[in-house]
Ligand binder design. Sequence first.
Ligand code: GLP
Length: 241
Amino acid sequence: MEIIIVKNYNEMSKKAASIMESVIREKEDCVLGLPTGSTPIGVYEELVRMHKEEGLSFEKVRTVNLDEYVGLEESNDQSYRYFMNNNLFDKVNIDKKNTNVPNGMKEDIHAECERYEEVINKMDGIDIQLLGIGNNGHIGFNEPDEELNVNTSLVVLKEDTIEANSRFFKNRSEVPKEAISMGIGTIMRAKRILLVANGKNKAKALHALISGKITTNNPASILQLHSNVTLVIDEEAASLF
Ligand code: GLP
């Protein structure tokens, strides 16, 4: 595992974006696995800047997102499809047909999970999966539990995740209780994983990630089994290393 510790959020965003850039420049039709959350916003801003100022092209790039809430329309500003359009897709020359986010409005969520897993399987691998991490060590929406899902699945969110994500909603009762998330296996099949994190809230989860032990109580700890993982984290997030 490669660990890059940077001073602050700005440096984290720039470093991670430059790694994403090198993948895109090397393979114009690469597959990017993408996260939401507040952490990757700076990475997306930097990629948009590279598109506008340095000719970075997304024309043939394909994307798959990690997760989506169940029950939020695309037009809801808290849906992850809305987030991706707003922070990246509408600001670069990507073909929206090449972007994939699970559809949390489908009546048959299990069928949607299967469809989504199939979309990813047909892509011949995710070239780079960008990840954030939850305070409790979740990746995507794979929450700490006795068992973890291998493939894309319907997940019930933990109370601490609902609490953490309630800051984006008018009140806590509006936070969806369920989501569709790539499974741990879906994430681990990516050719390369790039995890970004900043701030003290993430220090404990990151410590578990380099502990040398794997536990379903910290889903991110399984990344220790992947052969190509880069962490780009700031000093506060690395404070327990
Ligand atoms: C959400 C997302 C995760 C993300 C996490 C951390 O729950 N499903 O993919 O990594 O939150 O969010 P933040 O970056 O805002 O701390």
